[in-house]
Design a protein around this ligand. Structure first.
Ligand code: SF4
Length: 331
């Protein structure tokens, strides 16, 4: 895997009840290099959160693999290793959650919250524990004198900093960020995003950043994956994907991104219809019921994610002939 830290291959997750089968993830595969940020974007229900949870093994996949190259140089399939090995690996892979209000236990002090993963995974003296927690609090911009307080005493942005400190205190290598700024005010979002970027260079972190705001995803990501109904429909370096999308769904999402210059008006593409029921997805291309470029073949023939240009993968029968509208990258 050379500098590849994570490689997903054919990852699928099916939720089953007596009468219904919902395919939340459908043969998803891509690689992540060490130090990169991969942004994953799509509408609610597209499978992006299930994807993040399979990577940290909060959810067991139905099939496929999640190969992780650990600090010891060995490669492990996160979905298949035993509990003992997983416990060791878990300290290297952490998660930051969306809601800084519900993801922190209101009965625990900030010190208890940040120190909890350390107590469970590392043997430290009381003094070492105190100093490690205080150091991490400082690094995420929290005053260590606040450590004895409870979460309710903090604003949303400060709470998310507590969540980030908890994720970082074990010095992980890979962090799954599940919509970490969507519950925050826009001004606070920028602070938390900049903090995540600073911490990434300081700790040489690799991020999988899940979101639905394409401006946020563009700001933070090196590469972006677009998901629709459990499938990855486009995956490319961020600049390439924003400037020259190859999938009609990406084009529609980008057309809704607000422009910094109010004089610049793009043509907004309104996606008609609802997202199809994942328990009963359409035949052929899953996007055909909402695609303005749909032709007969799209209704019957499935389409696989294929590399059309170097590093630019897309799942569309018409990717070669369509000339889709992107937006100018902002960085
Ligand atoms: Fe649209 Fe057809 Fe491409 Fe699907 S395969 S995105 S329906 S053009």
């Amino acid at each position: 895997m050379s500098d590849t830290i994570l490689k997903l291959d054919g990852l699928s997750k099916i939720y089953e009840s007596k009468s219904v089968q919902v395919r939340a993830l459908n043969h998803v595969g891509f690689e992540v290099r060490e130090g990169e940020t991969i942004g994953i974007v799509g509408e609610s229900g597209c499978g992006k959160t299930t994807l993040g949870r399979c990577i940290v093994r909060a959810v067991n996949a139905s099939s496929g693999s999640v190969l992780y190259r650990a600090a010891d140089g060995n490669e492990y399939d996160i979905q298949k290793i035993d509990k003992k090995k997983m416990k060791k690996i878990r300290s290297e892979i952490q998660m930051i959650f969306q809601d800084p209000f519900s993801s922190l236990d209101p009965r625990m002090t900030v010190f208890d919250i940040i120190s909890e993963p350390l107590k469970a995974n590392v043997k430290l003296s009381k003094e070492e524990l105190r100093s490690r927690v205080a150091d991490m609090a400082k690094r995420v911009g929290l005053n260590p004198s606040y450590l004895s307080r409870y979460p309710h005493a903090f604003s949303g942005g400060q709470r998310q900093r507590i969540g980030i400190a908890r994720a970082l205190v074990l010095y992980p290598r890979l962090i799954v960020c599940d919509e970490p700024v969507s519950a925050l005010d826009v001004s606070v979002q920028a602070q938390v995003l900049n903090l995540l970027k600073d911490l990434q260079s300081e700790f040489k972190l690799t991020y999988l950043f899940i979101g639905h705001d394409l401006s946020v995803i563009e700001y933070i990501s090196d590469k972006v994956g677009v998901m629709y109904l459990g499938k990855m429909v486009e995956f490319a370096p961020a600049g390439m994907l924003y400037e020259k999308p190859l999938h009609p769904y990406t084009e529609a999402l980008l057309s809704a991104v607000p422009h910094a210059d109010p004089e610049t008006k793009g043509d907004r593409i309104a996606l008609e219809g609802e997202i199809p029921n994942p328990a009963n997805p359409p035949r052929g291309c899953f996007f055909h019921t909402r695609c303005r470029y749909c032709m007969d073949k799209c209704r019957t023939e499935e389409v696989e994610l294929t590399e059309r240009e170097s590093g630019h993968f897309v799942a569309c029968h018409r990717a070669e002939e369509l000339s889709l509208q992107g937006i100018a990258p902002s960085k």
